[in-house]
Design a protein around this ligand. Structure first.
Ligand code: ADP
Length: 263
């Protein structure tokens, strides 16, 4: 393009050992950010060096979920991320006035994500998680360009309609040549006092996405977990203490499938 050299993204450099996971979903409200925050807190409490880039620029919710209210400081022209529950975090929510919407066009979104990757002092990380916006918009494409090595984790609910849109999101990976590591089905069921499972949002969505992505992509895209509806998860998101962090990174006692991902 003849302009100045593009800034260097540490996570794409040869020899960089950070595993990068971009968490995506077809639509909003399925628990993508909750999965990202809880996964990060669980990994951190297991001793991994973890960071979260909140790439859901318009709909940021990571600061609230991880209980971050501080503004990042600066050091030698670099932004120092805020650490919460052992997780290094950066989000546009730390830089905008409270309750102000972010109204940006594509190029600015791209620049913001790029800055989060290049101008933040991340240090050595084992894992970098990106909370992508739902769907297949500008930021999803920016992340594919900036971090071609990012692996994709798809979050869906059991609902068939949700599964179809989640599938489309996963298929973008075929075009961007990113690997889809697996599917997390969230809000799978509500555990009942008698031990049975109430399937509020139906069933099968996670399996549908897993099967269809495996067929289209030509490799196994496993259904990694089916997470129950759990009031502690919702409360944790609202109070800024991830349920996995409150539970030392271990799965919540009566939801054995929950959050074993980190293991
Ligand atoms: P998304 O990132 O997909 O828009 P969120 O992670 O913000 O979705 O979740 C939407 C809402 O649902 C939040 O209030 C969150 O606390 C809640 N939530 C998500 N997963 C669960 C769950 N398994 N059990 C209970 N509440 C949940």
């Amino acid at each position: 393009r003849g302009g100045a050299a593009e800034p260097v993204i540490p996570f794409t450099q040869p020899g960089n050992l950070t595993r990068v996971y971009a968490v995506t979903s077809g639509k909003g409200g399925v628990g993508k950010s909750s999965v990202t925050a809880n996964l990060a807190a669980a990994m951190a409490s297991q001793g991994l060096s973890v960071a979260v880039v909140d790439a859901d620029i318009y709909g940021f919710s990571i600061p609230r979920m991880l209980g971050v209210s501080q503004v990042p400081t600066q050091l030698d022209g670099m932004i120092v991320p805020v650490t919460a529950h052992g997780v290094k975090v950066i989000s546009i929510g730390m830089f905008v006035e409270e309750r102000q919407p972010v109204v940006w066009r594509g190029p600015m979104l791209h620049r913001a994500v790029q800055q989060f990757l290049t101008d933040v002092y991340w240090g050595d990380l084992d894992v970098l998680l990106l909370d992508l916006p739902p769907g297949t918009g500008d930021v999803t494409i920016s992340v594919a360009q900036l971090l071609p090595n990012a692996e994709i984790l798809v979050v869906t609910t059991p609902q068939t309609a949700a599964a179809e849109v989640a599938e489309r999101t996963g298929l973008i990976a075929a075009q961007t040549h990113q690997r889809v590591v697996g599917v997390v089905e969230n809000m799978s069921y509500m555990p009942q006092p008698d031990g049975s499972r109430l399937e509020i949002f139906g069933s099968g969505g996670g399996q549908i996405v897993s099967t269809s992505l495996s067929e289209t992509l030509g490799y196994e895209v496993p259904l990694l977990a089916q997470l129950p509806l759990d009031i502690r998860l919702r409360e944790g998101s609202d109070t800024g203490v991830p349920a996995t962090s409150a539970n030392n990174g271990r799965p919540l006692a009566d939801s054995p499938a929950a959050l074993e991902l980190a293991a």
